[in-house]
Ligand binder design. Structure first.
Ligand SMILES: O=C(O)CCC(=O)C(=O)O
Ligand SMILES: [Fe+2]
Length: 335
């Protein structure tokens, strides 16, 4: 899609051509009728963007280093990370934390190269302006399995949530292509159909991500959700995204929007409100994002449109049931 083209017909704000036909009527209390990529194509239409065309500049490129071998990737991802108490406290207070050097530059390089192959195989090269995604890569790719089932990443998830064990919800590749606009403000508790907010996403950039490339940005604080709880979700336009942004300004909610260095990984709780800027570089802004939830959680009674393709991630699990399937192994244990 042309990045300047809007999928919402301004003359008929009740339609959004990116919504599957079956989801156009009614509210958000319904199952998503498309696939995961359809979901992202719809979801980014809900973000407000400047209309002025922006010049694209060169991106930072991949880490300028020889790629790690697959064995080195697996070894690094199996080693525990030395998590310091201030980081655990920061996560508890602010609902997100960024950790340095979770991945070495050589490992980032190897993963980025593989991800490039996977994304090209799925989406081709004609993707300018889009947000292209992949999920459940771990089911058919050894390197991606090493990431999703990583004791290092899963262990960090369990330690930050301060729970004995976490299960995998899903993996994701998030490629914000050159010229793609913002990611709408949201928190992931509304995406995950779980009866718990003890869920966390590790967002692992596949290069450095300077400000112009659209790094993930976070509203500080576990309590922020309460500031915007009265705002109504808008499934066809940008009014929710705009209202959240305005409310944060009115209530002086601090937003952290910093570049990522190679190897930095952020962890955001399901309670954390976050967004990401547009990608104004010629390089795709790529991250692997893996979500884990506390062992013992159950699925909510009524998943919504915003829960996307949740049945794919919890096969055989019905609303209200325990969130356990063969696709949700226990990955991380704290301590
Ligand atoms: O990568 C993005 O722009 C958004 C990612 C996101 O919302 C998430 O990982 O929870
Ligand atoms: Fe999110």
């Amino acid at each position: 899609m042309d990045p300047n083209e809007t999928a919402v017909d301004p003359n008929n704000p009740t339609t959004n051509e990116r919504l599957p036909e079956q989801n156009r009527a009614g509210g958000i209390d319904q199952d998503w009728a498309g696939d995961d990529q359809d979901w992202w194509d719809w979801y980014v239409t809900l973000a407000a963007n400047d209309t002025a065309p922006a010049e694209l500049v060169d991106g930072p490129g991949l880490p300028d280093i020889e790629a790690a071998s697959d064995e080195q990737v697996e070894r690094e991802l199996a080693e525990p990370y030395d998590l310091d108490p201030p980081s655990v406290e920061a996560f508890a207070r602010e609902a997100f934390v960024r950790l340095p050097a979770v991945l070495s530059p050589a490992v980032v390089r190897r993963l980025a190269e593989r991800l490039d192959e996977l994304l090209r195989a799925e989406h081709g090269d004609d993707v300018a302006g889009r947000f292209t995604a992949l999920e459940q890569m771990w089911l058919h790719d050894d390197l991606m399995r090493a990431v999703a089932l990583s004791p290092r990443i899963g262990g960090l998830a369990a330690s930050l949530l301060a729970v004995p064990g976490v299960r995998l919800y899903h993996d994701n590749a998030l490629s914000k292509e050159p010229g793609c606009g913002r990611t709408p403000w949201h928190h992931d508790a509304e995406h995950f159909p779980l009866q718990t907010t003890q869920a966390v996403t590790a967002w692992m950039p596949m290069s450095a991500i300077p400000g112009r490339m659209g790094p993930l940005s976070f509203a500080r604080g576990r309590e922020v959700r309460g500031e915007v709880a009265d705002l109504e979700f808008d499934k066809v336009g940008t009014s929710y995204d705009e209202a959240v942004a305005q409310r944060f300004v009115e209530r002086d909610v601090a937003v952290e929007s910093e570049p990522f260095a190679v190897g930095d990984v952020s962890f955001h709780s399901a309670l954390c409100f976050h967004t990401a800027g547009p990608n104004r570089t010629r390089q795709p802004r790529r991250a692997l994002a893996t979500t884990y939830f506390v062992d013992g959680a159950r699925v909510v009674d009524s998943p919504t449109l915003i829960s996307g393709t949740w049945r794919e991630f919890l096969p055989g699990v019905e609303p209200g049931g325990p969130a356990i399937s063969e696709l949700n192994p226990v990955v991380g244990r704290s301590g």
